[in-house]
Design a protein around this ligand. Structure first.
Ligand SMILES: Nc1ncnc2c1ncn2[C@@H]1O[C@H](COP(=O)(O)OP(=O)(O)OP(=O)(O)O)[C@@H](O)[C@H]1O
Length: 270
């Protein structure tokens, strides 16, 4: 956020425009050899709004939105400040709704925050926001602490993960000594090591060069987890199964990615 029945189920349940205009095109179906969704999840927003107090008065960050997300990969696209991160942060309880409810597999993000966050991993634009331990090995080991109680086993698994990333020789290196691309791959691996069913990635390639954008994108698109991807990269959005266009704190289009991208380009006049 890999499809088949899951793609169609999420779309059929919704059935009519709720929270925005629906696209009419067919859902994108997975190509042969693509990973399939490991454990279908359902993310539901029911009459959700987000408003914050500011010195200038109430500021609406999300207008009333009802939407259900069940596809393997869902893109959120839209201009700067449109409300994409607000929407993304609602999905793991980083932002709580002012009104309405957000549930992930039946868990309410406002009431069951820790349980939701065990199911929904979040990758930030800037990996420095989530690499918290001094060394690469310790950072991955931190993510494994729940699932692997024994320290020696935890460190062995962390080393194996670093080897897979091509960072085996960086185990004892400071996380701050990595390149931007290496940091983002490490941050992503750290989130995945917690075993989430859903991954929300908020512009994970925005700070990366072309090569690292591709590396991170290939990793994201090879995952069996549901992926919700906030991105300004319209090529990545087009590879998803469904895309939502966010503008002025509302979902203004929701449907097939090619149509969503066309809608967005048209809206910004290019
Ligand atoms: N806690 C907050 N208090 C006040 N304003 C906020 C708060 N959070 C977000 N905003 C404002 O709400 C608007 C939407 O922010 P959001 O981060 O969701 O946009 P975005 O679409 O992710 O933008 P970008 O593409 O630039 O990252 C912005 O104008 C932002 O400044």
């Amino acid at each position: 956020m890999g499809a088949g029945d899951t793609v169609l189920r999420g779309r059929h349940r919704q059935g009519h425009p709720r929270g925005g205009r629906r696209g009419s095109g067919p859902a994108r179906l997975p190509a042969a050899g693509e990973p399939t969704l490991s454990a279908p999840s359902t993310i539901s927003l029911h009459e959700v709004t987000v408003t914050v107090d500011t010195p200038g008065g109430d500021l609406v960050l999300l207008r009333p939105t009802t939407v259900e997300l069940g596809e393997h990969r869902i893109a959120l696209i839209g201009g700067n400040g449109s409300g994409k991160s607000t929407f993304a942060r609602l999905l793991n309880g980083l932002v709580e709704p002012t009104t309405g409810t957000v549930t992930v597999n039946g868990l309410d993000t406002a009431k069951d925050g820790p349980a939701v966050r065990r199911q929904v991993g979040f990758v930030f634009t800037n990996p420095d926001a989530q690499l918290v331990m001094p060394t690469c090995l310790e950072d991955i080991a931190l993510s494994l602490r729940r699932s692997v109680p024994r320290k020696s086993e935890r460190h062995a698994q962390a080393r194996a993960i670093l080897d897979e990333l091509g960072l085996g020789d960086k185990a004892d290196t400071s996380v701050h000594a990595l390149s931007g691309g290496q940091k983002q791959m490490l941050a992503l691996a750290g989130v995945l090591a917690t075993g989430p069913r859903v991954l929300v990635a908020d512009e994970p390639t925005t700070l990366l060069d072309l090569r690292n954008t591709r590396l991170v994108a290939e990793r994201l698109f090879s995952l069996p987890q549901q992926l919700v991807l906030v991105t300004h990269d319209l090529e990545l959005a087009a590879r998803c199964d469904r895309a939502l266009v966010v503008d002025d704190a509302a979902i203004v289009f929701d449907g097939a990615p090619a149509e969503a991208v066309a809608f967005y380009r048209d809206r910004v006049g290019r």
